[in-house]
Design a protein around this ligand. Structure first.
Ligand code: PGA
Length: 260
């Protein structure tokens, strides 16, 4: 088997946490700990209202700025929404799309996720498209069918140039915020299934180059085992990204993933 080199990506999803002062303090602490992030792409995704503050706090750093959601229309009468061109304008390079909290709490559909990912790509940013099964789906043996449906719908209509810029995140819903992570071997299996679908749709080289992150209770003590899996190309981190020590430890685990 030929080893494929996919640069790991670790993204911190701050969710609805951190006001401007707290965000500034977290970035300062992270920068102090992450002076060497060579070999890993690191993204932080604060709330919309802290984006420009965090952008300023990141000046001169290789940590990238991400948003947690987006609307697919560029502008117009869409009260309360934020568009991809505006996120690009404020300095974002990445946008999380289709997080399970958006799907569950705000009724986002696979079609919404597809449109959002397409809008992010059209604006020249990288969508991090989240997929994952519920506990009952896992228990009923529906994980593969459900996750592949979500992935297939999200990437439908994309050309190879767009697909080459898209990142996927497998986040089993039962693992998010519960302290119960997927077993590394189970994550590996789902990631391999996703890559199999991408191979059918886009061919082996593109499928082999696509980064698939794992998310769901990633912590410093499990990050290395998860990212040591050959199909796991990084992490989408919620709770542990709110603390500079634990997020830095996860980034460090990504740097050393694959090293015995
Ligand atoms: P968690 O969240 O790390 O707190 O489980 C992950 C996510 O929701 O992206």
């Amino acid at each position: 088997m030929t080893a494929v080199l996919r640069r790991p990506l670790v993204a911190g999803n701050w969710k609805l946490h951190k006001n401007e002062n707290e965000a500034r303090a977290l970035i300062a602490a992270l920068r102090a700990r992450l002076n060497d992030i060579g070999g890993v792409d690191v993204v932080v995704a604060p709330v919309f209202t802290a984006l420009s503050t965090v952008r300023e706090a990141l000046t001169g750093s290789s940590i990238r700025l991400g948003a947690q959601d987006v609307y697919w229309q560029a502008q117009g009468a869409f009260t309360g929404e934020v568009s991809a061109p505006l996120l690009k304008d404020v300095g974002c390079s990445h946008v999380i799309v289709g997080h399970s909290e958006r799907r569950q709490l705000f009724s986002e559909t696979n079609e919404d996720v597809r449109r959002k990912a397409a809008a992010v790509l059209a604006a020249g940013m990288t969508p991090i498209v989240c997929v994952g099964e519920s506990l009952s789906q896992r228990e009923n043996g529906e994980t593969k069918a459900h996750v592949l449906r979500q992935v297939g719908d999200a990437v439908s209509g994309l050309g190879p140039d767009q697909m080459a810029r898209l990142v996927l995140a497998y986040e089993p819903i039962w693992a998010i915020g519960t302290g119960r992570n997927a077993e590394p071997a189970d994550a590996q299996q789902v990631h391999a299934d996703i890559r199999g679908l991408l191979k059918e749709r886009f061919g082996a080289p593109l499928a082999g180059a696509t980064r698939i992150l794992y998310g769901g209770s990633v912590k410093p003590d499990n990050a290395r085992a998860l990212m040591a899996q050959t199909e796991v190309d990084g992490a989408l981190v919620g709770g542990a990204s709110l603390d500079s020590d634990s997020f830095a430890a996860i980034v460090d685990a990504a740097r050393h993933a694959g090293t015995p």
